[in-house]
Design a protein around this ligand. Structure first.
Ligand code: BG6
Length: 481
């Protein structure tokens, strides 16, 4: 960053600010990416001094193993705290004063980034105050708009609320000022999908329904909701992870080649792919979607037993494009499952060559796996001859990992997200139409659940969901990998 900026984090004492945003900002600072003059203001309800706020953030950095004493000391001098209730004018007025002092120090109107890292119920209130206090307009109010707004997911609760939120944003900010965050787009492995698919000429000819049998996307976390009941309860995994992260992973597989590597070209293709995700009507939800909750969820902190909240979903969808017509996509995502793992597997049609028929071909043929995390990398399953005098075939894995090849797994997704916000680069942020289309799809599932009286199935913690999740794929003669 060459120019000065201030980032105001609403919900600064929450998990996201502590565990993701502050560590990412500190890491960018350590890489000299934040420039000479910058300010970070935490805005939240609790009564903290600047010092107490710095200490709270320091602890989270420490627990994330990125604590370097002297650097932290210098960095933390840029952290400030502003106490305020989201629905009271006073805090915003004091914030204005604070921001003026920063402008005065620098001697210019510095870029202001408002980062909404609060539970989504507060978005509207905060946006209204940003507008009524003219904070949204920056220091030269009414003229230049040197402000940006970053807004976290979940973006709305359903199609209607997402549309309303978008309308509200458009009343206050121009599209070029809005950064709708989905941090999966900032993951190195997800960004690499475009390079991998289109820079390697060998994949494009087989990346279609002629050669691909099906696609699997698996998203799992070993932990449960880890004390985040207030955020998660009543939201559920479909909205928390599927509506955004998983839809983006589907898009990364299904999108067509962008006409250039420019922001709108990429966003156009992401939108086209998401728009083509179809095939689940409310009346088919019982057949194509499995909804489940881990045993013990209702005993978690801040969980209301009257809410019906899923912690696991498995579903089968299709992407209605000439390239993927008829190719099923199976998605399985859950908390409190067997493994921390996010991966995409492209399962190619098994073509047992006539030469080998009598010796028996492996059941499964070529599989390309993109390991999003952990062990970031790409694997290709191929068929090989087992050493020995008789002919026998077996599948083996060839694998590249970021760690072994580049000595790093790449930068943290939030570092990339923050860097892009500061540089005003929106390529890795959701455009309004992308979000609307993914909600259109998710809404069908929500409607189906709403209409049915069926409660979520229960699964044992540490397992990959209920038996019905296996049936979903096995009745098509396939298996979760
Ligand atoms: C967040 C979800 O968006 O992503 C969390 O709200 C989830 O529930 C998290 O744990 C996972 O992010 P990552 O980067 O650890 O895969």
């Amino acid at each position: 960053m060459n120019s000065s900026f201030v980032i105001i984090i609403f919900g600064a004492t929450g998990d996201l600010a502590k565990n993701k945003l502050t560590p990412a900002l500190f890491s960018l600072y350590r890489q000299n990416q934040l420039g000479q003059e910058f300010y970070i203001v935490g805005f939240a309800r609790r009564d903290f001094t600047n010092e107490a706020f710095r200490e709270l953030m320091r602890k989270s950095i420490h627990s994330n193993n990125t604590y370097y004493q002297s650097e932290w000391k210098k960095f933390s001098q840029n952290l400030y705290y502003q106490r305020g209730l989201f629905d009271e004018q006073q805090g915003y007025q004091q914030l204005i004063q604070k921001l003026h002092t920063f402008d005065a120090k620098v001697g210019a109107c510095i870029t202001r980034v408002f980062y909404l890292a609060t539970p989504p119920d507060n978005y509207e209130t905060i946006l209204n105050y940003l507008s009524s206090t003219k904070l949204s307009e920056g220091c030269s109010q009414g003229s230049a708009k040197w402000t940006r707004l970053a807004i976290e997911k979940p973006f709305g609760k359903d199609l209607e609320t997402a549309r309303n939120l978008d309308k509200k944003l458009a009343e206050i900010f121009e599209e070029k000022q809005i950064f709708r965050v989905d941090h999966y787009l900032g993951k190195e492995t997800v960004q690499n999908m475009i390079a991998f698919r289109f820079a390697n000429g060998i994949f494009e000819p087989v990346w279609n329904k002629e050669h691909i049998d099906h696609v699997q996307i698996i998203w799992g976390e070993k932990k449960g909701i880890s004390g985040r009941g207030k955020f998660f309860d009543g939201v559920g995994l479909l909205r928390d992870v599927a509506q955004n992260h998983l839809m983006q992973l589907v898009a990364a597989v299904a999108m067509e080649q962008p006409r250039s590597f420019e922001k709108e070209a990429i966003r156009d293709e992401r939108f086209n792919a998401i728009e083509a995700i179809r095939c689940i009507k409310p009346e088919e939800v019982g057949k194509l979607v499995v909804r489940a909750q881990y045993k013990g969820y209702l005993e978690e902190k801040d969980v209301d037993p009257n809410f019906v909240t899923e912690t696991f979903v498995a579903l089968k969808l299709c992407v209605d494009t000439p390239r993927f017509e008829g190719v099923p996509f199976y998605l399985r995502a859950g908390k409190n499952v067997d493994k921390n793992e996010v991966k995409i597997s492209i399962v190619f049609k098994q073509t047992c060559h006539i030469l080998f028929k009598e010796y028996g071909c492996p059941e499964e043929g070529n599989v390309l796996t993109i390991h999003i995390q952990p062990d970031e990398g790409i694997g290709m399953r191929v068929v090989a001859k087992v050493p020995g005098s008789t002919l026998s075939l077996k599948t083996v894995d060839m694998k590249f990992t970021y760690a072994s090849e580049f000595g790093t797994k790449g930068s943290d997704a939030y570092e990339k997200i923050l860097q892009d916000i500061l540089h005003g680069d929106q390529m890795l942020f959701n455009r309004s139409d992308e979000l609307e289309s993914s909600w259109e799809f998710i809404n069908q599932i929500l409607l189906g659940w709403h209409k049915s009286s069926q409660k979520p199935l229960i699964y044992e913690p540490g397992t990959w969901g209920p038996k019905e999740a296996l049936d979903l794929i096995e009745r098509d003669g396939k298996k979760w990998l």
